[in-house]
Design a protein. Sequence first.
Length: 274
Amino acid sequence: MSGTVDAVGDGVTEFSVGQRVVAGLPNGGQASHVIVSSQRALGLPDDVGLDVAAAMPVTYLTAHHMLHHLGHMKEDDSVLIHGGAGGVGTAALQICQWAGVSKVWATASGHKSSTIEAYGGIAIDRHNEDFVEVIKQATNNQGVDHILDPIGGDNLSRSLSALKEGGRLYTYGMSAAAPSSKRNIIRSFLAWRRTPKFDPLRLMTRNRGVFGVHMGTWKDEAVMVEQLHTILKGVKEGALAPVIDSVFDAEDVAKAHQYIHDGKNIGKVLLRFK
């Protein structure tokens, strides 16, 4: 979330009332007023808008945490991003560009291909192309070093098969089970049933790794803030530019969530509190 400081607690000297800030919260950010640890907040430069700031923590922090903090991504690595036109997807594409990584593929609906290509990615039409076959053909059957998967279900199993030896798979969502106008309870249940049960022995013998990522439950605030500083630096330098699809008024929060679940957004969706 982003906003202005309304009050500070005892002993807090690094922030003042009226100061513009951005903060990463474990939960409860969809509110007009929040209480946040001073260690989770950053002061904003005058040239960074509150809308841009609010689009940073969840999306860019998640992408940066996976690719850099956990994945130690290198310039010559290869990356596959599922949901490449979404909030985390566009953030991950930009982070790859900033790191000089050129071998980046991203899945999305066909009409969103131009967004992926605008950030240096190679678009894969998730409805009309088999991403496993595309990756294997492009990498001489080796696979990629990093795969970001917010879809879950059997998509997660297929992602594992497109992973290179020594590669890392990051699972950070379950959109296959999310309610939308196109899905029903049975399909959601099947998505949960089809989620792979990872066999440690098989991962060991194949030399692959799987990370589960949820920044809302991440406890090491120092690591989080360090990454937020890096992301803010990228925004100030122009290397990172949060893609904001739309802004909904707070009373339309259900419509905002449904809009995301229906896959209509390109980039981040925000809530505005009056």
